[in-house]
Design a binder for this molecule. Structure first.
Ligand code: FUB
Ligand code: ZN
Length: 691
């Protein structure tokens, strides 16, 4: 590993996102999602699935207080697990002192506080910070004296804590709590939640580990691995990194820990137990092989990319070459065989998982919003190891398409599943597509995706830039103002652009004293040609490596750089092994993938196709790009020459008739950005179009 090129995301407090596109998204999160989510966490949204998240923390806190008054003889109640704890009679006002919701309901708070933290770096808000501090007080009041903090077990009985790592998400709760706590500390300097996360992590580090007598388990749902790395980085406590390494290196060891705990539980409960001999059944949890030996992205897609993100972090920090090689193989497995053209992953709803290579159905796709977010996490971490544009290209594709399609343009409803083809009737009447919703939902019982969108959108600048002592890498072009400290000096950088609609950008530098450093600009994979031109007075050299242009030299006040990445329309075909897309094309321009919608093109989108005879003019695609505000904000819309097949006569009785050349009428197909689909009511949608 070439440590010289390692980098870290820049401190969010040193950047302001001024970008028209992303600022709008961040404002949606700040003004709509975060307040709405707070109401949802407190079960105050009529008609939306209740969360019970804050309720659970309050109940656990109350039990802690009772414990303190009743002394050490206090015995927590015992319980039976039902996966999702039954709803109270009045779900909006649960006055029962019970736990409600999913076992990992605590993470609704953790993701919310993380989004709040990032949002505060961009837009200080004392009122919001006060609410957040009060929420933190409620959460911390629930923590056991020994540091344990998962309300499911605190309320239901600690006797069963850590007895079902496979499915009960305690370590997932630790991971999210840690991510939220680190973010809140970094944004505000307040360490109450960070201390709580450290105490929980300390408890976990005492409980798990390679030492004799310690538990040899590991998370059933990953995230603790990367979260512990963040905790290590912010505290400097080596033991958190070691715990992360331990969790990673335990996966795939024999005997399989999950089988052992299943057996122990069966014994304790007096039920029968049959060891699961099938090693592949562990692939759902990415525990089928040692992580260093894994080469195909398998199993639950969110778990997988969270794991790979943790592996990339640990590989970088410990120099584990085998782990890094596995990350590279897994990256290739995803991006060469299992990635939708929308940057989504997870081809099957069965287990919310990756399917086999090239199995990328469009209408039954799972493509969970969280999985695309996790893919961006993985990509950013690979970029931190080595700036290679292949990572940034996919990160950008995921962010601008599936991540954003997860949220309506008004920030008020969300998709969990992001299909590439929708016929509403199929969603309503075909159970095989029951997971595909024809319209975004206000909230979900399992509300993993909306808060995940909130945290990535409000921290999106962390994906745009990484830096080390010498170099600032610009991975994504996003209007922003950034300050870099280089020794005693400060370099201010202003980047202006109209991306993702125009391919140009301008960088201006301001500094009191000339500063020596490198600015590395990604040449996006979607442009065939590019120009990066420093102003004439700039005393810099230019080199190119792995899809980045490195400008090195002494930057002076007033130096600037003009960037031009021509944004052509691309008409893409898939690898022939993707059976679903044969004979079809998809359109992209810059980072944006487009789709047809019923609102523009009428019903029965399957009757439309691209008109081959008109689609090409010289060596260009005959597609016009128009800017439109019809969907609320300015966005590019594509006009593609098309044909529409005549429909069978209504009175036709035979389902099948003798073939005759079909009658087609010329039409112009209108394509909107995929992230903006389904903002005009229920209707058909298709990314891939016949040609
Ligand atoms: O299990 C926790 C989260 O809920 C997962 O990451 C999502 O896929 C959903 O299953
Ligand atoms: Zn999700």
């Amino acid at each position: 590993m070439d440590k010289k090129n390692f980098s870290n995301p820049v401190d969010l407090k040193s950047i302001k996102v001024t970008d028209e596109f992303w600022h709008r998204e961040q404002e949606l999160v700040r003004t709509q999602v975060i307040p709405y989510q707070w109401e949802a966490l407190n079960d105050r949204v009529p008609g939306a699935a209740p969360s019970f998240c804050m309720h659970n923390f309050k109940v656990a806190g109350k039990m802690m207080r009772e414990k303190q008054t009743k002394g050490k003889d206090y015995v927590a109640p015992t319980y039976t697990f039902r996966g999702f704890e039954a709803l109270p009679e009045d779900p909006q006002h649960p006055d029962d002192d019970k736990f409600f919701g999913f076992v990992f309901q605590d993470t609704d708070f953790s993701k919310w506080i993380e989004a709040v933290a990032y949002s505060l770096t961009q837009h200080p808000d004392t009122e919001l910070e006060k609410i957040a501090d009060e929420a933190i007080d409620i959460v911390c009041a629930a923590q056991l004296d020994n540091g344990y903090l998962d309300t499911y077990y605190i309320i239901n009985g600690m006797d069963k804590a850590f007895t079902n790592l496979k499915d009960h998400h305690e370590l997932y709760c630790l991971g999210h709590l840690t991510e939220g706590a680190v973010a809140y500390y970094e944004a505000t300097g307040k360490d109450k939640l960070l201390k709580a996360a450290c105490r929980f992590a300390d408890y976990v580090a005492d409980y798990f580990g390679p030492e004799e007598g310690k538990c040899k388990g590991y998370p059933g749902h990953e995230i603790a691995e990367m979260a512990l790395v963040r905790l290590y980085q912010v505290t400097g406590e080596e033991k958190y990194l070691q715990l992360s390494c331990f969790f990673l290196n335990q996966r795939g060891t024999m005997p399989k820990y999950f089988a052992l705990e299943d057996e122990a539980r069966a014994k304790a409960e007096g039920t029968g137990f049959k060891a699961n001999e099938d090693p592949m059944s562990y692939s759902y949890y990415q525990a089928h092989k040692k992580v260093q030996a894994q080469d195909e992205a398998v199993g639950h897609a969110v778990r997988a990319v969270y794991l790979y993100s943790g592996m990339a972090d640990v590989a970088r920090l410990t120099g584990d070459e085998e782990m890094l090689a596995a990350c590279e193989r897994l990256w290739n497995s995803i991006t060469r065989e299992k990635l939708y053209v929308t940057g989504g992953i997870g081809g099957t709803h069965i287990g919310e998982s990756f399917s086999f290579p090239y199995d990328l159905p469009n209408d039954t796709a799972y493509s969970e919003t969280c999985a695309a977010i996790g893919l961006a996490f993985f990509a950013r971490r690979m970029l931190e190891i080595k700036a290679d544009r292949k990572y940034a290209d996919v990160m950008e594709q995921a962010l601008y398409n599936t991540v954003l399609s997860g949220m309506a343009l008004d920030g008020k409803s969300f998709f969990y599943v992001n299909p590439l083809e929708v016929v509403p009737q199929a969603c309503h009447r075909d159970d095989r597509k029951a997971h595909v919703k024809a319209v975004r939902q206000k909230w979900f019982g399992c509300a993993c995706c909306p808060p995940n969108i909130a945290r990535i959108v409000s921290s999106v600048a962390n994906y745009a830039y990484t830096e080390n002592k010498d170099t600032l890498w610009i991975h994504l072009y996003m209007g922003s103002v950034l300050t870099r400290r280089i020794g005693e000096k400060e370099l201010h950088m202003k980047l202006e652009t109209k991306m993702p609609w125009e391919g140009t950008a301008k960088v201006e530098l301001y500094t009191e004293e000339a500063v020596e450093c490198t600015l590395a600009f990604r040449i996006p994979g979607w442009c065939n040609d590019f120009r990066i031109i420093p102003s004439s007075g700039a005393d810099v050299t230019m080199t190119e490596k792995d899809g980045y242009v490195y400008l090195t030299g002494l930057w002076k006040d007033g130096d600037c750089i003009d960037l031009d990445f021509p944004m052509e329309v691309h008409m893409l075909a898939s690898d022939t092994r993707v059976r679903e897309d044969i004979g079809k094309v998809a359109f992209t321009r810059g980072p944006i993938t487009f789709c047809m919608e019923e609102a523009d093109n009428g019903r029965n989108l399957h009757l439309c196709r691209v008109d081959k005879s008109r689609i090409q003019v010289g060596d260009k695609w005959n597609v016009s790009v128009e800017m439109s505000k019809e969907l609320g904000h300015n966005m590019a819309v594509l006009k593609v020459p098309g044909l529409r097949q005549e429909e069978s006569p209504m009175q036709q009785e035979n389902l099948y008739t003798e073939y005759r050349p079909m009658k087609e009428t010329k039409t112009e197909l209108t394509l909107v950005p995929y992230y903006a689909w389904n903002n005009r009511g229920e209707g058909e949608m298709s990314v891939w179009i016949r040609i």
